[in-house]
Ligand binder design. Structure first.
Ligand code: SAM
Length: 257
């Protein structure tokens, strides 16, 4: 670890603190403080304590840590869902993927990592403030130069035909942008929509049926992680869990309905 890197300290209750290591920087806690220099000297995967004896483990933040802690304009796609979107899109290094809206850049970071430095992410966002936040969050964590941010409404976009291996939509009314996506998504590849409400899922599927759009509804699912508290003799599901986030709708582009 060195100056400029992100560091994550975890206290004995599992609470995490994310910050950038700076020359002369100090991590302040209610029971003492720790110099950034001392954190660098100790290194990731080790422990460090304040003079008052408050102990922390030192880590490099994972992508999940970063997305949950980073500054936000819009609510980021929850990491468990973002990882599943990459899986449902069947992404691999070198692929080209389209997303909207960029929001805070949470899903963008996952997509960019899945397609790797040789792949490409095109990320549409209609609101400038959100786009700038997404660009900044990407640049401050991991930027391989494989993301192109476009300010604009995806519904108005003219995209090159058959140019994307996958499309991810995290916006309120995905049905309003389907006409832009259909020609741009390669045949037999996937569109995944992230929708908090079941009413949105129903509207999306009804619109696809009514407009006879060339998509097969593969599946709609929720990603549920049930965490456990295991400190024998205690061993039970945690009392506080992440509740509902959203439904994931996986659609496959076909030639004709
Ligand atoms: N997935 C993002 C993340 O992980 O940070 C969060 C997306 S946020 C919930 C939804 C975003 O979609 C908003 O920033 C909104 O401005 C944008 N948006 C909504 N409709 C859009 C459209 N038709 N074209 C482009 N962006 C759109």
């Amino acid at each position: 670890m060195t100056y400029g890197d992100w560091a994550l300290l975890q206290d004995r209750r599992g609470r995490v603190y994310l910050f950038r290591l700076q020359p002369g920087g100090i991590f302040n806690y209610h029971r003492g403080s720790i110099r950034h220099e001392a954190i660098i000297q100790a290194g990731a995967g080790r422990f460090i304590a304040t003079p008052q004896g408050e102990r922390f483990s030192i880590h490099r933040p994972t992508l999940e840590d970063y997305v949950l802690q980073m500054p936000r304009e819009a609510t980021p796609t929850y990491p468990k869902d973002a990882a599943t979107i990459c899986f449902l899109l069947d992404l691999a290094p070198g692929m080209r993927v389209l997303e909207a809206g960029a929001g805070s850049g949470g899903l963008t970071l996952y997509l960019a990592r899945a397609v790797g430095p040789t792949g490409q992410v095109w990320s549409y966002e209609s609101r400038l403030r959100h786009l700038e936040r997404a660009r900044r969050n990407l640049g401050e964590y991991e930027d391989w130069g494989n993301v192109t941010f476009v300010q604009g409404d995806l519904a108005q976009a003219e995209l090159p035909p058959s140019s994307f291996d996958g499309v991810a939509l995290d916006l309120m009314e995905p049905w309003s942008v389907l006409h832009s996506i259909v020609p741009a998504l390669k045949i037999d590849r996937f569109l995944v929509c992230y929708l908090p409400n079941l009413t949105q899922v129903v509207t999306l599927l009804e619109q696809i049926k009514t407009l006879q759009l060339p998509f097969l509804h593969e599946r709609t699912l929720e990603v549920q992680h049930r965490e456990w508290d295991i400190r024998p003799p205690i061993a039970h599901p945690k009392f506080q869990q992440v509740g509902h986030t959203a439904f994931l709708v996986q659609l496959r582009r076909i030639e004709h309905t």
